[in-house]
Design a protein. Structure first.
Ligand code: NAD
Ligand code: ZN
Length: 245
């Protein structure tokens, strides 16, 4: 903990890289790890573009429950500590695999979403966009939800599903931030989803010190200068206190 605070205290171009674990204490289940969603569902069935196109109703049945939880979720002390690290001049940006919008909701000013956002839904037929909250409300009376403009049945949250390409400009921005970072702070990611997990690795290759805060070991722990196994909402505020003293 002290070493992490030491590294962050002198950082001026720090970048945080967050995953589902950063939102776990806001009540949003992770995919992997203890209690993760993949212990309940088959990822290829619920989160791939092929299965979405085959059966949007099956996708939305799972999303009905999950989406409601994510829309109601509020930032936790980990999100707020990252905002404070930005205000302290330590972090310049957050690169996130999360699609829940909680970094923006907590006040972080530069958030790069490499897996898109679940706060918006887009019709794959005509391109019309609607807010997720509006579509979510419709699920009570319409399954699958239909496009308000063309009546199409392929309304997809603007997230990257398995089998879809990464958003090019977000990936470029994330890699550029990683390559100019002095410290890369990974929070709550299993670091197994590619190509996103390559972002912290790119930072290390370009000379950044790596700090990993995660409930469980990751494949890149050996690259890190500091590894803290714990809960983001507890560890980050403690580090913040040390940075501020
Ligand atoms: P992941 O589910 O693969 O891994 C989450 C990691 O967080 C696990 O290793 C787990 O041990 C750890 N963890 C759980 N609770 C924690 C806590 N309180 N503090 C610290 N660590 C904790 O998540 P990932 O690496 O982000 O990859 C999964 C993909 O699923 C992401 O790319 C993302 O797009 C998507 N996803 C997003 C959300 C969200 O938006 N909140 C939620 C689930 C999954
Ligand atoms: Zn449409």
């Amino acid at each position: 903990m002290e070493r992490a605070a030491e590294l962050l205290s002198v950082a001026r171009r720090g970048v945080a890289f967050t995953g589902a674990g950063a939102s776990a204490e806001s009540g949003i289940p992770t995919f992997r790890g203890a209690g993760g969603l993949w212990t309940k569902y088959d990822p290829v069935k619920v989160a791939s573009i092929d299965s979405f196109m085959q059966d949007p109703t099956a996708y939305w049945m799972v999303s009905k429950e999950r989406g409601g939880i994510a829309l109601a979720a509020r930032p936790n002390p980990g999100h707020l500590a990252l905002v404070a690290l930005e205000a302290a001049g330590v972090l310049v940006a957050i690169v996130t695999q999360n699609t829940d919008g909680l970094h923006q909701a907590s006040g972080s000013s530069r958030v790069v979403e490499v897996h898109g956002s679940s706060r918006t839904v887009q019709c794959l037929d005509c391109g019309t966009r609607e807010s997720r909250a509006v579509v979510q409300a419709r699920l009570a009376v319409q399954m699958p939800p239909l496009c308000k403009s063309c009546g199409g049945m392929f309304l997809k949250p603007t997230v990257v599903l398995f089998g879809e390409p990464m958003p090019v400009s977000a990936m470029h921005e994330a890699l550029a931030l990683a390559q100019s970072a002095d410290v890369m702070l990974v929070v709550g990611s299993s670091l197994v989803v590619q190509p996103a997990a390559g972002i912290p690795v790119a930072a290390v290759r370009a000379g950044a010190s790596l700090i990993i805060i995660n409930a469980e070991p990751t494949p890149f722990d050996s690259l890190a200068e500091v590894v803290i196994h714990g809960r983001a909402g507890e560890v980050l505020p403690e580090i913040l206190t040390l940075v501020n003293t």
